[in-house]
Design a binder for this molecule. Structure first.
Ligand code: F0G
Length: 486
């Protein structure tokens, strides 16, 4: 394991996050002119998921499958033991999962949402309630698909954009007790804790809180499920912020977290910088309830629908997750990104979390009504003036109720993902600079409306249009201020 200290202290000047790796393979980027970016937005229905990478300069859409892979991961891919059944690559992955996550039974899946599909099908009955700290889009879709409902039990200040609460992802234990009493323990399938609650700004929970949830699980005999897709970064922030664990290694913290849960699942696209995902447990009867669903939906039990090469990369990535000099990179860059924007008065979610910098669109675009999708509009406007692609995490990512009415999201965020070891500091500075310009010109941003709205996960495929000519006006102002700069 790498013993290098992840933080380098500077004698004077800025606190700069330093890369503890070197770049050996690069990919050329293109910054197309703003006129082309406007066309690209029109072609893509003002939905950043619909943009082509040839029109994108910095791709901050997500960290999913876009974290940099290591030389060791790529090397391991070459020793893949290609076999439909009994592959030794899978044996290596099983060992990695047992060594790092402490669970001996592993079911491989093609990505995180496939794990959610399998778990939901195996355990949820119609009318069941699944309490959780907060939902993620795909887990909500699978729970609803199986007739279940969710209850989100965040602590009261978790949705405050500006906060000094280090653990906004914590579950409120009193609300949890009340939820169980209200619904009846027999109707609760499991309690789900998501490491680094994605949709509220990548905010971690503490081990103290996870232990409190465990006490309730034991009291009522309810299973605890941990979504570990962002586990490594949550563990890093525990080391930074939870006094009791300051001296512990990331390996210890991760094992403590997974040890508290009965069932752990993850998207390897995020956790291990590769592809695939997994569900693991030490309880054989839980494993057996899900086992048959893997060949049915994913692939055989030793490849789970992904290439064996990716199984190898996942195994190596699993070990790399506990390397603090690696796992600190994304949170440290995000901290720089968030604190720099915050210091310029630009509304961002604080404290800095994991995954990305989250801009508070409700405040940034306070002139845009929520049913005209301020976060979606901000994502489109920011792409237009910078070529940086972020992701809407607000009402467009939400769903409609049974009557077809819009369920307005709790928060309207533009997420600018900072995948591990991908961007340089000057690229982050570019994003900060363009965001500052956009903030000064924010009144030029207008709303959006759906012109094509699919019924499920509409944020992926949906198409929108501006409610006025605002993109043209924004482009004209950009040209006046930046001349013929890109
Ligand atoms: N759970 C969490 C916490 C996630 O962030 C994601 C994916 C999933 C489950 C689903 O995993 O994509 O492999 O099927 N998050 C990505 C994102 C999509 O951009 O935040 P998946």
């Amino acid at each position: 394991m790498n013993q290098q200290s992840p933080v380098i202290h500077f004698y004077k000047g800025e606190n700069i996050p330093v890369e503890l790796h070197k770049t050996r393979i690069v990919q050329k980027l293109f910054l197309v002119p703003i006129e082309r970016r406007l066309e690209a937005l029109r072609e893509g229905g003002y939905n950043t998921f619909q943009l082509q990478t040839t029109d994108v300069f910095l791709d901050m859409l997500t960290d999913s499958g876009t974290n940099a892979m290591s030389d060791n991961q790529l090397a391991a891919m070459m020793q893949a033991d290609d076999a439909y059944a009994g592959s030794q690559s899978f044996v290596r992955l099983q060992k990695a999962v047992e060594d790092i996550l402490g669970k001996k039974y592993l079911l491989p899946v093609h990505q995180g949402r496939a794990a959610e599909n399998v778990i939901s099908r195996a355990f949820i009955k119609p009318g069941n309630i699944i309490p959780m700290n907060y939902h993620f889009t795909t887990v909500l879709a699978h729970i609803m698909e199986n007739g279940g409902k969710i209850e989100e039990l965040l602590c009261d200040d978790a949705l405050e954009m500006k906060s000094s609460n280090p653990f906004k992802g914590n579950m409120d234990i009193q609300k949890l007790e009340a939820c169980i009493q209200k619904n009846g323990v027999e109707n609760i399938t499991f309690i789900r804790m998501e490491a680094s609650t994605n949709l509220i700004g990548g905010q971690p929970f503490s081990i103290k809180n996870l232990l409190e949830v465990r006490v309730i699980c034991d009291k009522y005999g309810i299973m605890l499920v941990l979504d570990a897709s962002l586990l490594g970064e949550n563990a890093y922030l525990i080391k930074q912020r939870e006094e009791t664990f300051k001296e512990n290694s990331i390996a210890d913290i991760i094992k403590t977290m997974t040890g508290i849960a009965d069932l752990v699942y993850f998207s390897a696209r995020k956790l291990t910088s590769s592809r695939g995902g997994g569900i693991c447990t030490n309880r054989k009867e839980l494993y057996q309830k899900m086992e048959a669903l893997i060949p049915l939906f994913e692939g055989f039990l030793t490849y789970g629908g992904i290439s064996i090469r990716e199984v190898e990369a996942m195994a190596v990535g699993m070990y790399e997750t506990i390397d603090e000099s690696m796992i600190c990179q994304s949170p440290n860059f995000i901290k720089y990104f968030v604190e720099t924007l915050d210091s310029k008065g630009i509304p961002v979610v604080t404290p800095p979390g994991v995954l990305g910098c989250h801009v508070d669109a409700m405040s940034f675009c306070s002139h845009i009504p929520q049913n005209e999708y301020p976060a979606g509009a901000l994502a489109a406007a920011f792409y237009l003036i910078s070529g940086v692609r972020g992701m809407e995490r607000g009402t467009i990512s939400s769903v409609r109720d049974e009557k077809g009415d819009e369920i307005l999201a709790d928060v309207e965020l533009l997420r600018l993902a900072v995948p591990r070891r991908v961007f340089t500091l000057s690229q982050i500075k570019y994003a900060v600079d363009r965001m500052e310009w956009l903030y000064e010109n924010r009144k030029l941003i207008g709303g959006l409306k759906f012109i094509y709205e699919p019924p499920v996960l509409r944020f992926f495929m949906g198409k929108l249009a501006p409610t006025s000519d605002w993109p043209l006006e924004l482009m004209a102002k950009f040209r006046r201020d930046f001349g013929d700069s890109l």
